[in-house]
Design a protein around this ligand. Structure first.
Ligand code: GLU
Length: 277
């Protein structure tokens, strides 16, 4: 099968060096296998994504020397490449999951969950949903506000081979709980959208940061429920600052935009990474 990789930024702020290194790694792996690179804009959380950041992402990554063959600026056989234009596809997957009993309506507010969950948190720090609505006798409810959650098979181990880390495993119900696939504000969740898109866009390898390892386990359960073949995975180490803290959008001086303005060259940045890997 021909290699198809992807770059999937969320335009909620300017990209920093950490994102860029992951995308650069994604490109390196695609190029080394003579593959194709897809650019997908993960702009589902519209209130947090601005058109300015959408443009900024494209600009910053082009400046750094990344290239893609399919994307919002190029088109391609699996268009649209903006998640905000793909809601109908996510809805179809949700309907299937609901018909087959993999998801349920959850009426809990964030506060309800915080009150019920004092201790357990997933390995990536999401509170583990205590299952309050999982076995409600009727799913009709009168409350108009609800999200959809995926029923994880508690106690089951999700295993996968990471191309860098080797064998990884997470236990459903302990490392993560019933997760949201469709938010109460009507927005599909990251977990559902990314699974549907990676499948429909025929992505063969997902390269992303290690912070998403537990999400990979969640997504593998979605692949299984939808009877889809999952891609392979390569999780990159996270970039940290001088104090060992993971880079975040608040590290403004390490945004690609700020570095460009300060006179950094793409060549110098890429050279540093070449030595690090
Ligand atoms: N849009 C996600 C992010 O910027 C990446 C998700 C993924 O690679 O699956 O963190």
């Amino acid at each position: 099968m021909d290699y198809r990789g992807r770059i999937a930024p969320s335009p909620t702020g300017r990209l920093h060096l950490g994102h860029a290194r992951t995308f650069w790694m994604a490109q390196k792996r695609a190029v080394s296998q003579g593959g194709c690179m897809v650019f997908r804009m993960e702009d589902l959380d519209l209130p947090r994504c601005s058109p300015e950041h959408v443009q900024g992402c494209l600009e910053d990554l082009k400046w750094l020397g990344l290239a893609w063959q399919e994307g919002p600026d190029k088109g391609g056989p699996y268009a649209p490449y903006l998640q905000s234009h793909r809601t109908a596809l996510y809805k179809t997957a949700l309907t299937r999951l609901a018909e087959e009993g993999h998801v349920y309506r959850c009426y809990c507010s964030r506060k309800d969950i915080e009150r019920a969950v004092r201790a357990p948190h997933a390995s990536d720090d999401d509170p583990i949903y205590p299952g309050t609505c999982r076995n409600l006798p009727t799913q009709s409810g009168t409350c108009p506000q609800y999200c959809w959650r995926f029923k994880v098979p508690a106690g089951e181990t999700v295993r996968f081979e990471d191309e860098r880390l080797g064998s990884c495993q997470y236990e459903a119900g302990r490392d993560f709980g019933d997760f949201v696939v469709w938010r109460a504000d009507g927005i599909p969740s990251y977990q559902l959208a990314v699974t549907v898109d990676d499948h429909l866009m025929r992505i063969t390898e997902v390269v992303r940061g290690e912070d998403l390892l537990v999400s990979t386990a969640r997504q593998l359960l979605l692949y299984h429920a939808l009877s889809w073949m999952p891609p392979s995975y390569y999780h990159c180490p996270l970039v940290t600052d001088d104090t060992g803290q993971r880079l975040a959008k608040r590290h403004r001086s390490l945004s690609l935009q700020a570095m460009r303005i300060a006179g950094a060259t793409p060549k110098a940045i890429r050279e540093k990474w070449r030595q690090a890997f």
